[in-house]
Design a protein around this ligand. Structure first.
Ligand code: SER
Length: 530
């Protein structure tokens, strides 16, 4: 099956189980102060889980663009170095909002994998939550019993809170989960060591493919678990990993999701994949990062010097740097990968096609300016090297290396590499100290603190009346306090509102509310102040 057929098979399967297939939400979040990027399929349904807004349909399924490069879920450092982590990935998911629960979620997951996709059941393992004293939660007996219908006891494993209790972030909807893992090693390897010893041990061929989460709590600020009014299902299956399983490869990058991009990269840079480990890492980094950068741009997040834009800029620079150092790419090249990316993902995500010119232009300009930064950095570094050699020093002080990185954007590992070639070392302790001081400074300046919602009126329906009215009498049903960069804002939820919220690229309405003669201005959500 091609990856497109696998995705379609998932949609068809869940449609046959009465799910509504919905579109992916944007990968860049502007409306949730607890998250910078969509890190899981369930983010767009958070308010439904919390009971703050009603579900339009009780069952839905989709493929969600996710990005795990900041906060609680951050895989950036692994990406490229292993064969199964990504910055941006697609998560296939099915949801029940207060409708079906554990039995259907487990039975259907099993049916889809072993019947629809014909995955060998003898290669599969399931994990269940062992319970947590700290949270006062018990072993998930129910999930265990359900798995016993399909799996022998020695392939059902108990897992701890880290692996088997899923949380979106520090606060928010959460619950015990049951993961499905697969062992893709050869029979000889399996005979030597059973897969159960390798589940959740970071083995590249014994990997988690599907996470079934039984959402039943809200983690409050301060850590307390509060039961939700209804129980929900949130499942997430790594699409790229599933493609690897179905296509019988040993790496996500060997599937048709990545190979067209890798082949294009080989042509552009005149390098060959699978000849040398360092080159391979660089190729994987770039093949991964082009997806993140392109989709961030289509979702409205351009590279910049602050917040989410800075994260994207650093990812793009990471790709340029790997290309520069390991593939000898001294001219902009990443933007040239766009046609290959479109050939792989343009059908499911047509925004790639409609916005291709802007994506190409932004990437080209970013690459160009960072390559100039690299040139400037190399000139500065050469001066540092000459004077160190004249003074017969063996080590360059950490603060100088940090200034190269922090002020000139010149990456540490490139400095390290060049110094090494000149028989010089970095004073790593001094560098770490300078980095720590800078981090403390920026954390103080940028931390966001989000309080729990305070409910004033039990009214979960928010009605938009802006097509008919520009002013109205309203009531505030809930509010919460956000502290960001040492300023305090409030999110207010009204029972009905003439304010159109920012959405789909449209700027949010502005205006004011008035009570007892006092006016409070409502600002654009882009500025995080409504
Ligand atoms: N929320 C779970 C995860 O991201 C399942 O979708 O793994």
């Amino acid at each position: 099956m091609t990856s497109q057929q696998i995705r379609q098979a998932f949609f068809d399967f869940f449609e046959s189980k009465k799910h509504n297939i919905v579109a992916s939400a944007p990968m860049v979040l502007k409306t949730d102060p607890t998250l910078m990027f969509t890190n899981a399929g369930m983010n767009q349904f958070k308010d439904i889980f919390l009971g703050n807004s009603p579900a339009k349909k009780p069952r839905v399924a989709d493929s969600q663009k996710c990005l795990r490069v900041s906060g609680k879920h951050n895989d950036l450092e692994e990406v490229g170095h292993d064969t199964y982590h990504h910055t941006m990935f697609e998560m296939l998911g099915n949801w029940s909002f207060g409708d079906y629960f554990k039995a259907e979620a487990i039975n259907w997951a099993w049916e889809f994998l072993t019947d629809t996709l014909k995955i060998d059941p003898s290669k599969l393992y399931a994990t269940v939550f062992e319970g947590s004293k700290e949270d006062g939660t018990a072993l998930d007996e129910e999930a265990k019993k359900l798995w016993q219908n399909f799996l022998p006891d020695d392939r059902i494993l108990n897992g701890n809170k880290k692996d088997n209790f899923w949380e979106m972030g520090e606060t928010g909807p959460c619950g015990p989960c049951s993961e499905i893992h697969i062992d893709l090693r050869s029979d000889e390897e399996i005979a030597k060591l059973p897969g159960r010893d390798l589940v959740n041990q970071d083995h590249p061929l014994v990997i988690e493919i599907w996470n079934l989460v039984f959402i039943q709590f809200n983690r409050k600020k301060g850590g307390k678990l509060e039961p939700l009014p209804e129980k929900h299902i949130d499942t997430g299956m790594g699409f790229e990993r599933l493609a690897m399983v179905v296509q019988g490869t040993k790496s996500n990058y060997d599937t048709d999701v990545f190979m067209p991009i890798i082949n294009a990269l080989e042509k552009i840079t005149n390098c060959t994949y699978k000849k040398d480990e360092k080159t391979d890492i660089a190729i994987r980094v770039i093949a991964d990062h082009i997806r993140t950068i392109a989709f961030s741009i289509t979702d409205g997040q351009l590279p910049s010097n602050t917040g989410a834009g800075y994260v994207i800029r650093r990812i793009l620079r990471r790709a340029v740097r790997y290309g520069y150092t390991f593939l000898g790419a001294k001219e902009p090249f990443i933007h040239q990968l766009l046609p290959a990316l479109i050939s792989v993902m343009g059908k499911q995500y047509p925004e790639l096609l409609t916005q291709k010119d802007i994506i190409k232009k932004v990437i080209f300009e970013e690459e160009n300016s960072f390559l100039r930064t690299l040139e400037t950095g190399i000139k500065l570094l050469n001066k540092v090297i000459s004077s160190a050699q004249a003074e017969k020093k063996e080590e360059i002080d950490g603060k100088t290396v940090f200034i190269l990185y922090d002020t000139y954007g010149f990456p540490y590992d490139l400095t390290d590499l060049i110094l090494h070639e000149n028989n010089l070392k970095i004073d790593k302790t001094g560098y770490d100290k300078a980095m720590l001081e800078q981090k403390t400074r920026s954390q103080d300046a940028a931390s966001t603190d989000t309080d729990d919602w305070t409910e004033l009126i039990d009214d979960k329906v928010q009605e938009f009346i802006g097509y008919d009215y520009l002013e109205t009498q309203l009531q505030i049903t809930r509010y919460r306090k956000i502290t960001e960069k040492k300023k305090t804002f409030f999110h207010l939820i009204f029972n009905f509102t003439p304010f159109y919220a920012e959405s789909g690229g449209q700027v949010g309405d502005t205006g004011y509310i008035e009570a007892n003669g006092e006016k409070i201005y409502i600002l654009d959500t882009q500025k995080n102040t409504m």
